[in-house]
Design a protein around this ligand. Structure first.
Ligand SMILES: C[S@@+](CC[C@H](N)C(=O)[O-])C[C@H]1O[C@@H](n2cnc3c(N)ncnc32)[C@H](O)[C@@H]1O
Length: 486
């Protein structure tokens, strides 16, 4: 029984009545187990590496997580960075006076660590000199620094490979589809048309014996190629501290793969040492050669099909065979924006999906039937480098759930922090023959207008309501088990 009292505007009670309500005994509702947040995205986001400053300690109250080991992945802790704007001005002033009055090099001042800030930028952390150029520091009338004085913009330690990579990375981004917000490269794009030095690879055409490099040189070079494969030899040479033509010879050595967009004067053939020509690959959208260059990918000549399956049903679509999606600029007839069946990722026509409880945590289920060969969804996430793959991997291993897909030699696609429903797709091995847990989809990487993207495709006809399952591959669970054991 519930008593209901009504009140007049001045707050006095007017009447009270009693009503009886039906009592329903509901089943006990179990709360869903806790999950991490995930930002919804529809396109891959370039992240590169996470900040070097640790924002918080994950699983701080969980004694089974090795916090100490995990902190080693970071250079500093956000909660210890006690920000004081006065200190910036005092540090800058101190550095200036030590340099101008006592003739100390800025690099030496930095290496003593005597100032509370680093003067020069370090990986993931902006230095005081750069900060002072980017924003207005507090004004101090007693300063000895003249208005016209400018602090050095960068001082890159020869010994820190990351520094060298970051500096050159800031000058070259050959990706026309670059989706990095405010990518600095597109402001600084610089054409390299001339030999970088005497003995540049552009000038020395003769193939000599492979120059003898020691193990450290070769390891550094491999790291550079892993992180920055899309560079010309002149830039690699600068990073390696090696003569340009030696670098070129090592790049040609079959132990290294090099498939960067070309950037040179002259035609894309042997006379200009065009890297695409040398590596027997097509010039791509990101190459700096003219659009009508003979080495460019020509696209397919498949005809339009009314059922929206042109190129897929065509006997031999050159784009399909090369694992590229058709390119609206090149494939004139197949209808990349309508009838082409080989442009599903860029068209973004995905199937209706539902995420719900499955055998292995949460899974993804179809809300409509799908035909074999159709694309279901694009696997999207943050594009990350190996260092971040490792640091995030420690958390994923502890959690027992990993959302990372290897995309190519350099980048992985991680949907642990940003992604779409596809991040919840579970695994079924090829050997599983049970009708309910049989693998019914496959992930394919496609070159889409110069970018590697991953689509999840049906490998059989699938009914509505069925869980989507893909084979993660043999390494996935072995790596997870190894990580749990260590
Ligand atoms: C990309 S997530 C898939 C979504 C996950 N089920 C969830 O609830 O978030 C991958 C993780 O799911 C779990 N998983 C997926 N398929 C599995 C399977 N066949 N057997 C055991 N665990 C599986 C593993 O923990 C794996 O690291």
């Amino acid at each position: 029984m519930v008593a209901v009292t009504s009140y007049s505007e001045d707050g006095t009670s007017r009447s009270t009545s009693t009503i009886s309500l039906q009592v329903i005994h509901a089943e006990l509702l179990e709360p869903h187990r806790s999950y991490e947040y995930c930002t919804p995205i529809s396109r891959n986001i370039f992240r590169g590496d996470d900040d070097d400053m640790m924002p918080f300690i994950p699983y701080a109250d969980d004694p089974t997580f090795d916090h100490v080991d995990h902190t080693l992945c970071y250079g500093s802790f956000a909660w210890q960075d006690d920000y004081d704007p006065d200190l910036e001005v005092i540090s800058l002033e101190t550095a200036y006076r030590l340099h101008t009055v006592h003739s100390l090099l800025y690099e030496d001042i930095d290496s003593t660590g005597v100032l509370p800030f680093k003067l020069f930028s370090t990986p993931g952390k902006t230095g005081l000199f750069t900060l002072s150029r980017r924003r207005d520091l507090l004004e101090w009338n007693g300063t000895a620094i003249p208005c016209s004085y400018s602090f050095p913009s960068s001082s890159l330690s020869r010994s820190i490979l990351q520094h060298r990579l970051e500096r050159t990375h800031a000058l070259f981004c050959p990706n026309l589809n670059c989706i990095e917000p405010l990518c600095p490269v597109h402001e600084l794009l610089k054409r390299v048309e001339y030999p970088c030095e005497a003995g540049c690879f552009l000038q020395s055409r003769t193939v000599e014996v492979l120059p003898c490099w020691n193990e450290d040189d070769i390891n550094s070079f491999k790291s550079i190629l892993d992180i920055e494969s899309d560079m010309i030899p002149c830039d690699h040479a600068e990073l390696c501290f090696k003569p340009c033509h030696e670098v070129r010879q090592h790049e040609n050595d079959e132990s290294f793969l090099w498939n960067e967009p070309c950037h040179h004067s002259g035609p894309c053939d042997g006379s200009s040492n065009c890297p695409c020509f040398m590596n027997k690959v097509h010039c791509q959208r990101n190459c700096r050669c003219p659009a009508k260059c003979a080495r460019r990918w020509k696209g397919c000549r498949c005809a339009k099909a009314r059922d929206g399956m042109s190129c897929v049903k065509a006997k031999r679509c050159s784009c399909v065979e090369a694992r590229r999606e058709c390119d609206p600029e090149l494939c004139a007839k197949c209808g990349c924006r309508s009838t082409c069946g080989n442009s599903q990722i860029q068209q973004g026509h995905f199937k209706k999906l539902e995420v719900k409880e499955s055998r292995w945590g949460v899974g993804v289920f179809l809300l409509e039937p799908v035909q074999q060969g159709e694309m279901i969804v694009e696997y999207v996430g943050e594009l990350i480098y190996e260092m971040t793959f490792d640091s995030r991997g420690e958390v994923a291993d502890h959690l027992g759930r990993s959302y990372v897909f290897g995309l190519n030699k350099t980048l992985s696609l991680d949907s642990s922090r940003a992604g779409n429903a596809s991040r919840f797709i579970n695994h079924s091995g090829a050997s599983d023959t049970s009708s309910e847990t049989q693998c019914n989809c496959r992930a394919f990487a496609r070159l889409v207008n110069g970018e590697h993207r991953i689509g999840i495709f049906a490998i059989v006809n699938i009914d509505s309501g069925t869980e989507i399952l893909i084979d993660y591959g043999p390494a996935f669970f072995t790596e997870q088990k190894n990580a749990e054991a260590t």
